[in-house]
Design a binder for this molecule. Sequence first.
Ligand SMILES: [Fe+2]
Length: 572
Amino acid sequence: MDDLKLTSQRNLAKNNSRRHFFITLSSVAVVVAAGGALTSCGGSGTVLNGELAAFNYGIASGDPLADRVILWTHAKISTDDAIDLTWQMSADAAFSSILFTGIVRASKDTGFTAKVDATGLSANTEYFYRFVAPNNSISAVGRTRTLPVGNVAEVKLAVFSCSDYPAGYFNAYDSAVSSGAQFALHLGDYIYEYKDGVYPSAATAVAARISAPANEIVTLADYRARHAIHKADPYAKALHSRMPMIAIWDDHEFANNAYMDGAENHDPVTQGTWAARKAIASQVYHEWMPIRSPDAANLLKIYRSFDFGNLLSLHMLDTRIIGREHQPDRTVDAMGRDIADPAFLPYAFNKNKQLLGTTQQTWLDAQMTASKATWQILGNQTVMGRVQIAASVLSDNLSTASVTAYLTAKATPAALRTATQQGLMDPMKNPKISYTFDNWEGYPNARDAVFISANKLKSAGKKFLVLSGDSHNAWYNKLTLADGTVVGAEFAGMSVTSPGFESYFPPAVFPPATLAGTIKALTDDIQYIDTARRGYMLITITPTQAKGEFVYVSSITSSSYTTSVDTLTYVG
Ligand SMILES: [Fe+2]
C-alpha cells in the first residue's frame, strides 16, 4: 500500500542563479512608447502631478484557474491620490503583443494595493504581466500561468509555510524560483504578528532583518505595514514574479494560536475585541495576498478548490479562523492535571470539538466526491498525521531514561514484562498523546471525519494526499484510521525561516538524526522527520505517484546558501 522511498542528495550545486523577471523602467519604457500612448489609459480622476508611481512591493499573481488568474500590485505616489493602473498581459516578456489589458485602481481604501481577476485566458498557458501608471512608471514584469485541463501528465508545486521575517532570509523562496515548480502554495504564517524581539528573540534574530512596525501588529496600519515588509523582500518579490501563488492563512496572519473566538496572543482588554482584530487581519490579507476572495461579503472565508485537469484537485482549507473551537493547552487541563496523569485525557479536551466546522467539512466532502481527478489533495495549515508519543516519554521531555524504558518495554514480549513495563504499555495508564493540541491532534473526531471521507475515495479509484505547514519541521506521515487502515499520506513542510524543534532540543544535546530516529521509534505513523532544517517542499504529482522533495537550505542567516534534498514517494 505505502511505497516509501528515501534518497538523499546532499550538497547540490550552489544556487547562484538569479533568473528573475525584473525589467528596468528604462528598458520597458521603450516598449511602452512603441506600443502606444499608455498615458491615455490612465482613467479619469488620476492626477500624478508629474510623479512616477512607485511599485515598492513588486507584483504577484495567484489563484489560477483554467481561464483566469489574480494579478496584484501596490502603487503609491507622495500623496494619497488614487492611481488608475493599466494592467497588461502578454505571451512574451517584451510585451510585443498585449493580449489582455484593463484598468484597476490603487487607492487609500485598499492600502494602495490593486488586484484584478484577469479572465478569458487560455488553459495551461504561461503569460507575462505588468502594471503601468500614468506618467509611464512601470512595475516589474511577472510570469504566471493558468491551470491545465483534461489529461495532465505532471504538476509541480513549491510548498511553503512560516516565513518569519526577522528569523532570517527567505532563501527557500529564492531556491524555488529556479526549481521548475509551476505553482507556489503558501500554507500560512506568511507574516507573524509579534513585536520586535519576541519571535525570534532579540538574541537569535538576524540583525539585518528588521521588521516593521516594531510593535505587535493590532491596527489596520500595523497589519498593512507588516505585510508590506514581507512583500518588499527581494526573494519574496522574485518568487511572486516567477509563478502564481495559492495561499491560505494560519494563525499568525491574525495572532498566535488563533481560533474562532480568540487567540492565545490576543488580549481583549488592551487590544480590542477579537472580532475587530479578525476583521482587520482578514481585510489586509485579502488586500495584500493574490487571493480570489471566495465571498466578498465574508472575508473570513478562504477555503476553496482548484482543479488541475483530471490529475488533481487541490482543496485549500481554513483550520484556524472560520470553524476552529478552542482546545486547552496540552500541558495541563482545567483541573491542574498534566499529561502524565492517566486521568488527563478524558477531561483534557472534547474530542468532538470542531476544527473545520460543519459547513466547511460538508463542502470538502462534496468537493472530493464531485471531483473526477485522480488525486484529492488538501492544502492545510497544521499537521494531520498521528504524532502521538507515550505520555511517560513526552512528559519527561524525551529524556534518555524515559525513552529507553518505553522502548525496552515495547520490545519485551508481553508475557515477560515487569509490572512497570506493563504499565508503560497500558494505553489507559500511559496514553499516547501529541506534543501539542494545536494541530489536528486536538480535534480527533474532526480528523477522523476527514479520514473516513478519504477512505471512501478508494472505491472511486482516487488517491488522498495532505500538504501541511505550521510545525516548522519536515514530516512524511502515513494517514490512518483508528484501526490502522491507511487512507493516504501527508507531506508536512519545514518553515521558510521560523525556528523548529532544534530550538527546544539543542542539536549539541539532541543530534537531529538521533532525535528523528527516536521520534520514529516512539510513534507509529511517522515515516520521516527532520527536526532542525529550513526550506520548502517540491511536490510533483503524476497519475501514479506523489513525489515529495524536502529542499533544505544550508543557511537562513545569510542570503548565500546551498541546498540539499531528501526525496520520498507515495504511490497511494
Ligand atoms: Fe509558523
